[in-house]
Design a protein around this ligand. Structure first.
Ligand SMILES: NC(=O)c1ccc[n+]([C@@H]2O[C@H](COP(=O)([O-])OP(=O)(O)OC[C@H]3O[C@@H](n4cnc5c(N)ncnc54)[C@H](O)[C@@H]3O)[C@@H](O)[C@H]2O)c1
Ligand SMILES: [Zn+2]
Length: 333
């Protein structure tokens, strides 16, 4: 595959200390048997290492090992490894190719597709980055067997998101196949990852730079980000916060008249049955509004919300009275 895509004969695998003992060997073997020279850079595990310091360490490794323009990078791991590796590839020698081999559900259905790469700054998440598309994304659902349950469910929240706003038939598939999904049956996981990658690719192809349509992928994220930030990024994973954010958005969509109570109940039911929380912690409305405005870096008081239109559709809607809408939706004390 690497050869067919015109990739050079030298690959640097970037992975982390958790994924490396699980999957590094087979990847190295496949590359070596294709006649590709490989070396490996191992990061410590965790979002706390997604910063410029890690990029600098990768740059040093690449320079010291004589990596040139025939070198390409391979991200082996979850979204953190993928984002860091993609950004390193975007800036090394002003850009070398890279390939994604995502090993978490979130990375397989979301972060590995779309070309957003980058790292965090102490002032905020993902503030430093570049758009750099991977040459290809290789998804092997077998890697999901070793994923901790909490991480699996976090990814599942993003999977459910695609169904709610982009594809009613896929939502119904999730409703009917949930036990098999939770049992991580191979065929179901294959269908799931393929569908999500296709849905995301369709959106990104139309709006790579997020001037409009791509915002649909932020469904549940406006309130979700507020929950993450108000709880110090420690209590909930991203997917757990997004799950609560999606239910909040669905309730607001109903108030706005673009979906029904039955739609909201189905969404709530699917998320609960998946084992994710639907009710957010008891923040005040003022806390939520402040966190949302801070996240969107907005001053003038209008926030563009993504609402589900029934199930399988969406609309982007400017909301000028967020406090009033939250109040009518019974969100926040
Ligand atoms: N670029 C994008 O478009 C985009 C989109 C969404 C999220 N993100 C980013 O993705 C990151 C989150 O990604 P994530 O949820 O994959 O987290 P992660 O990369 O931290 O992985 C979660 C945990 O699972 C471990 N792990 C990975 N694969 C494993 C496997 N197969 N078996 C056992 N353990 C495994 C990791 O080492 C880590 O401890 C965030 O930094 C977020 O900003 C990026
Ligand atoms: Zn997300």
């Amino acid at each position: 595959m690497a050869r067919e895509l015109g990739l050079g004969n030298r690959c640097v695998i970037v992975t982390n200390e958790t994924v490396s003992p699980l999957y590094r060997k087979p990847v190295e073997q496949a590359l070596v048997s294709a006649g590709i020279r490989t070396s490996c850079f191992e990061l410590p595990d965790g979002e706390t290492h997604k910063h410029l310091g890690s990029i600098e360490r990768i740059m040093t490794f690449l320079i010291e090992s004589g990596a040139d323009r025939s070198t390409w990078l391979l991200a082996l791991g979850g979204g953190v490894v993928g984002d860091i590796t993609g950004f390193a590839a975007a800036v090394y020698l002003r850009g070398v190719p890279f390939v994604q081999v995502p090993t978490t559900l979130l990375a397989q259905v979301d972060s590995s597709v779309g070309g957003k790469t980058g790292v965090n700054h102490p002032a905020g998440k993902n503030l430093i980055g570049a758009l750099h598309q991977p040459r290809f994304v290789l998804v092997d659902v077998a890697t999901l067997q070793t994923l901790p349950q909490r991480e699996f469910l976090s990814g599942l929240a993003e999977v459910i998101k695609y169904g709610i706003v982009l594809d009613r038939v896929f939502f119904e598939y999730l409703e009917s196949q949930l036990p098999k999904i939770l049992a991580r049956e191979r065929d179901t996981l294959l269908h799931l990852t393929t569908s999500c990658c296709q849905l995301k690719a369709q959106v990104v192809e139309q709006d790579e730079r997020e001037t409009g349509l791509r915002a649909v992928l932020n469904f549940g994220h406006t309130v979700g980000h507020a929950i993450e930030s108000l709880s110090g990024y420690e209590k909930y994973t991203h997917g757990e916060a997004v799950a609560m954010g999606m239910v909040a958005a669905a309730v607001m969509a109903e108030i706005q008249g673009v979906s029904t109570n039955e739609d909201t109940s189905r969404i709530r039911r699917l998320i609960t049955s998946a084992g994710l929380l639907v009710d957010m912690p008891s923040f005040t409305r003022q806390q939520l509004v402040q966190a949302i405005f801070h996240d969107k870096k907005m001053k003038e008081g209008v926030v563009t919300m993504v609402f589900n239109q029934g199930i399988g559709g969406y609309c982007l809607s400017p909301v000028s009275d967020l406090d009033g809408l939250l109040s009518r939706a019974g969100i926040g004390g």
